[in-house]
Design a protein around this ligand. Structure first.
Ligand SMILES: NC(=O)c1ccc[n+]([C@@H]2O[C@H](COP(=O)([O-])OP(=O)(O)OC[C@H]3O[C@@H](n4cnc5c(N)ncnc54)[C@H](OP(=O)(O)O)[C@@H]3O)[C@@H](O)[C@H]2O)c1
Length: 387
C-alpha cells in the first residue's frame, strides 16, 4: 500500500474513533471516507446500532445520496476508504434492506482501500471477492490488529454469537445506593441522565428486569425519546420470574408491544390479562430453582435480541454477573449520599480483590449534575479480551 492510501486510511480510523462502543455494540466502530477524483468530499462513521453504516454516512456527507429513493446517487463518489470490509449480508436481523456492498456498487465506486476484513468467518472476504468480480479495485491493508484494538466490544460479541451483548444499567447515589431501604428509587438522577437512559433503551433490542423491580417500580420500560432523536426502536420487554406478580393489561403493562415472561416454575403461566404480545419462556431451574440464565439468553438471541439492556434490580444483575453473562455496565452517578439503603449489586462477591472483574474502555459523560460512566468487563483471568 502506498503512502497516500496509508494516510487516508489513518484518517478513516480517526473517523471511526468518533463513535463509541456504548452506542454501536455489538456492532463495530467503523470509519469511512468518500472521495472524488482524489479529493475527500465526505466523512462518515457508524454512530449507533441500527443507524446508517459508515459507508452510507460518508456517501450522505459527500452529497451522494438520493433522499427520494433512499439510495446512493451514482457518479458523485469514485473511491472509498473503509476501516472494515463492507457488510454483504441483509435480512431481518440486520435492520437494513440493502448491504453496504450493494451501496458501493450502486454509487459507482471504482476503488476501495480497506483496513480489515470482516472477522465473521461466514462473511470474511465475501465482499472483497464480490467487489472485485464487479470490477472494483480493492486494496486490503491488513490492519486487522488496529481494527481489533479499536473494537474490543465487537470482538467480545463475536466470541459469543449464541447470546446477546448484555449491558447492565443503573442509577446510584455517590455511595452506590440504588434505592432506599423501603425500595424507592424514583428518581435518583436528573432529567438529562434519564433522557440518555431512554436513548440507550431505543437502540436496544430488549430490556430485562427482575420481579422485585417490576413489582416495586412499575417501570414502563419503553423508550421515550424526543422527536429529534434518530433512534426510534422500542425494545422487547423481558421479565424474570415475575408473571405471578403481574397484571398484563394494567398500569405500565397496558403499553402494547412484545413481552417475554421467563419462568422456571413448571406451574408458571402467563400473567392475567395476557394478550397475543405475551410469550412464556419456561426453562429448567438452575441449582437455586431460578431460570437458567444461559438458556434464557440463547432463546432471546434466537428471537432476534442482539443487544439486551438489564435495568435491575441489584439481585438480578448480580446473578447475570456471577454467571459471566455481563459484557458492559452503565452507571449514572448522582451527587447525593444515601448513607444506607439498597446496594447496586446484591450477591456473593469475590474472596479477594484480585478476583474482581476488570473494567476497561471507559466512556464518560456529564449528564447535567450526574456523571455517566460506562465500561466493558473482563474476568480477572480472561485470556480472551485484550485492551
Ligand atoms: N437505581 C436503579 O437504577 C434501579 C433500577 C432497578 C431497580 N432498582 C431498585 O432495585 C430494587 C429491586 O432490586 P432487587 O435486587 O430487590 O430485586 P430484583 O433484582 O429486581 O428481583 C429479584 C428477584 O428476581 C427473581 N429472580 C429470578 N431469577 C433470579 C436470579 N437468577 N437471581 C436472583 N433473582 C432472580 C427472584 O424472585 P424469587 O425470589 O421470587 O425467585 C428475586 O427475588 C427496587 O427497590 C428498585 O427500586 C433500582
Amino acid at each position: 500500500m502506498n503512502i497516500r492510501d496509508q494516510s487516508l486510511l489513518d484518517r478513516a480510523f480517526h473517523e471511526a474513533e468518533r463513535a463509541s462502543w456504548l452506542w454501536t455494540a455489538p456492532n463495530p466502530r467503523v470509519g469511512a471516507l468518500a472521495l472524488s477524483q482524489g479529493h475527500v468530499i465526505g466523512h462518515g462513521h457508524h454512530a449507533f446500532l441500527g443507524g446508517p453504516h459508515a459507508e452510507e454516512a460518508a456517501l450522505r456527507d459527500a452529497g451522494a445520496w438520493n433522499e427520494d429513493s433512499n439510495s446512493p446517487r451514482p457518479g458523485v463518489v469514485d473511491e472509498m476508504i473503509l476501516t472494515l470490509e463492507p457488510c454483504s449480508a441483509t435480512g431481518p436481523s440486520k435492520r437494513r434492506p440493502k448491504s453496504c456492498l450493494h451501496l458501493l456498487q450502486a454509487a459507482g465506486v471504482k476503488r476501495v482501500v480497506l483496513g480489515a476484513t470482516d472477522p465473521d468467518p461466514r462473511h470474511q472476504g465475501g465482499a472483497i471477492a464480490a467487489m472485485r468480480a464487479h470490477g472494483i479495485e480493492v486494496i486490503h491493508a491488513a490492519e486487522e490488529p488496529r481494527f481489533a484494538t479499536q473494537n474490543p466490544a465487537f470482538l467480545m460479541a463475536q466470541d459469543q454469537p449464541q447470546r446477546p451483548f448484555v449491558l447492565c444499567k443503573w442509577a446510584a447515589s455517590m455511595d452506590g445506593r440504588t434505592a432506599t431501604e423501603h425500595g424507592v428509587s424514583q428518581w435518583i438522577t436528573g432529567e438529562e441522565a434519564r433522557a440518555e437512559g431512554h436513548q440507550l433503551r431505543a437502540i436496544s433490542d430488549g430490556i430485562l428486569v427482575g420481579s422485585r423491580t417490576l413489582h416495586l417500580d412499575q417501570p414502563r420500560l419503553n423508550a421515550r425519546v424526543s422527536p429529534e432523536d434518530p433512534w426510534r426502536n422500542q425494545p422487547v420487554r423481558v421479565f424474570l420470574a415475575a408473571s405471578h406478580l403481574a397484571q398484563a393489561n394494567q398500569g405500565p403493562l397496558s403499553i402494547a408491544g412484545p413481552r417475554w415472561w421467563i419462568e422456571s416454575n413448571p406451574q408458571a403461566s402467563l400473567p392475567t390479562g395476557a394478550t397475543d404480545d405475551d410469550h412464556l419462556l419456561s426453562l429448567p431451574p438452575d441449582e437455586c430453582g431460578r431460570p437458567d440464565l444461559d438458556q434464557a439468553l440463547t432463546k432471546l438471541k434466537d428471537e432476534g435480541i442482539g443487544r439486551l439492556l438489564i435495568e435491575g434490580g441489584s439481585r438480578v444483575q448480580a446473578a447475570f454477573l456471577r454467571a459471566g453473562l455481563v459484557d458492559a455496565i452503565v452507571r449514572y452517578e448522582a451527587p447525593s449520599l444515601f448513607g444506607g439503603g439498597l446496594g447496586s449489586w446484591q450477591g456473593q462477591g469475590p474472596q479477594h480483590p484480585r478476583e474482581a472483574w476488570q473494567l476497561f474502555a471507559e466512556e464518560r459523560r456529564d449528564c447535567g449534575k450526574d456523571l455517566r460512566r460506562a465500561f466493558l468487563l473482563r474476568a480477572a483471568d480472561s485470556p480472551v479480551v485484550k485492551e
